[in-house]
Design a protein around this ligand. Structure first.
Ligand code: C2O
Ligand code: CU
Length: 465
């Protein structure tokens, strides 16, 4: 299946007025951080206490902010962007800029692209994003714990020619694994890590449970959404309003499609254009339909007199620049996911979780060490490749490639929409072909974004020289 349910994309007909979405979430003023090309932004990961469940203190959260969730960072396409990381945690960390095509040295993978950043140490990240869209940033070190405790934020790359909306609402979806006392539970259960992954107990968007946000009645709202959970896959639908899917994983669709339902996995992003209800006080609700009962992700309440906007008012997002992919001249590289790991993880600084359940081409990643498992493919700069990937396992795997984007060429599950992405959610038994141009030199990690899978073997890398 396609990252965002191919079925709904293809079938999305205009008659789906019943599904609409309303969002709201309180990231609000936090977006003030980014003035590109100015002094570097400062990111200071640290442990903080906070209130995820009302009335309970969670003592051991991690954030890049002094209080509350990590800030939404903003950059501008084609303009230099710089961030100074100062590690105020009590363990090493790094920052990975998920989905951004940047120089390898800025990619944030310990050992492979940069040294560990130890407590009290720092690292300077700087790059010029070539693509506009919705991206995110997170540690690539002891990831299950650091991301699971809160280190995941949105990176918006603006295009000065972006269409004008009446409001913009960022939503960073994640679950926290908290016990009844508000304290963290162990991050995973081995039995679950060997299956779909271990789920959190408290669903949030922007660290709030079912956030409700106001937006102008009859207005057009840009909802930027990141599936930043370590495990959960969502099937999203909107009630009480209509929305268009404008971009998936930071890449605009050639033509925006009405949102019916979309399935996205960890690492993926959505840009939705939400048309708020006309009537003041009316509420639109974004729901997750996956699982036994629909769950509210966020809701949006119409305020003020109607702005009387229409979805048709929006001009499309500008496409991101893509290298020309040459399917005929492409070299095929096969990848098979499996649950049969043959080597055990070594102890590493960046937190192996001590098990080996998964593998790619029968090789289980040996961890972020100098003596890693070696690349599964060596690619030539500028050449075209087809990744032919089989998932014979009974679980879904959101596969993420660093540093480059791919086109989804075909799937054994049926016709695919024209998607360009960095993260593809593979269904059980699915086989896919991804086309890409090896246009970015370096060592690029390729892994499942269910973090327990990533950390128990389902990770590799490719080289481009
Ligand atoms: Cu979002 Cu290698 O990760
Ligand atoms: Cu996986």
């Amino acid at each position: 299946m396609i990252s965002l349910s191919r079925r709904s994309l293809l079938k999305a007909s205009l008659g789906t007025a019943g599904l609409a979405a309303v969002f709201g979430a309180g990231y609000g003023g936090a977006s003030a951080l980014g003035q590109p090309a100015a002094a570097p932004l400062s990111l200071r990961p640290r442990r903080i206490a906070g209130e995820i469940v009302a009335g309970q203190t969670t003592p051991d959260l991690m954030s890049y902010a002094e209080a509350g969730p990590p800030p939404v960072l903003r950059a501008v396409r084609g303009q230099p962007f710089a961030v100074r990381l100062d590690n105020a945690l009590d363990e090493p960390t790094t920052v990975h800029w998920h989905g951004v095509r940047l120089p390898n040295a800025m990619d944030g993978v310990p050992v492979l692209t940069q040294p560990y950043v130890y407590p009290g140490d720092g690292f300077d990240y700087s790059f010029t994003p070539p693509d506009a869209g919705t991206f995110w940033y997170h540690p690539h070190c002891n990831t299950l714990t650091q991301m699971g405790h809160g280190l995941a934020g949105m990176l918006v790359v603006e295009d000065p020619a972006d269409p004008v909306f009446d409001a913009e609402i960022p939503l960073v979806l994640r679950d926290f694994r908290l016990g009844g006392d508000g304290r963290f539970l162990p991050m995973f259960k081995p039995r679950d890590a060997a299956r779909a992954g271990t789920y959190g107990t408290v669903r949030t968007a922007n660290w709030q449970r079912e956030p409700a946000q106001d937006a102008p009645a009859g207005g057009l709202v840009r909802l930027r959404l990141v599936a930043a959970d370590v495990t959960r896959i969502y099937t999203l639908a909107l009630e009480g309003a209509r929305a268009l899917v404008m971009a998936i994983d930071g890449n605009p669709l050639p033509e925006a499609l009405p949102l019916t339902t979309l399935t996205i996995g960890p690492g993926q992003r959505l840009d939705l254009a939400l048309l708020m209800p006309d009537r003041e006080g009316a509420v639109a609700t974004l729901r997750d339909l996956r699982g036994s009962q629909p769950k509210t992700v966020a809701s949006f309440r119409a305020i003020g007199p109607s702005l009387k906007r229409a979805l048709g008012d929006l001009k499309p997002l500008a496409a991101n620049p893509l290298p020309d992919f040459d399917e005929r001249g492409a070299t095929t590289i096969p990848f098979a996911l499996s649950a049969t790991a043959e080597t055990a993880p070594k102890e590493t600084i960046c937190g192996d979780i001590g098990y080996s359940f998964w593998a790619i081409n029968k090789v289980a990643w040996s961890g972020d060490t100098e003596t890693n498992s070696g690349p599964l493919a060596e690619m030539k700069l500028g050449r075209s490749y087809v990744f032919e990937i089989a998932n014979p396992t009974p679980n879904s795997h959101p596969l993420h490639l660093h540093g480059m984007v791919f086109r989804v060429l075909s799937s054994s599950a049926g016709p695919v929409p024209p998607l360009v992405s960095d993260t593809y959610l593979m269904a059980p038994d699915e086989r896919i072909r991804l086309g890409l141009v090896a246009d970015n030199p370096g060592n690029w990690v390729f892994h499942c974004h269910v973090i327990e899978h990533q950390k128990t073997g389902m990770t590799t890398y490719v080289t481009v020289t």
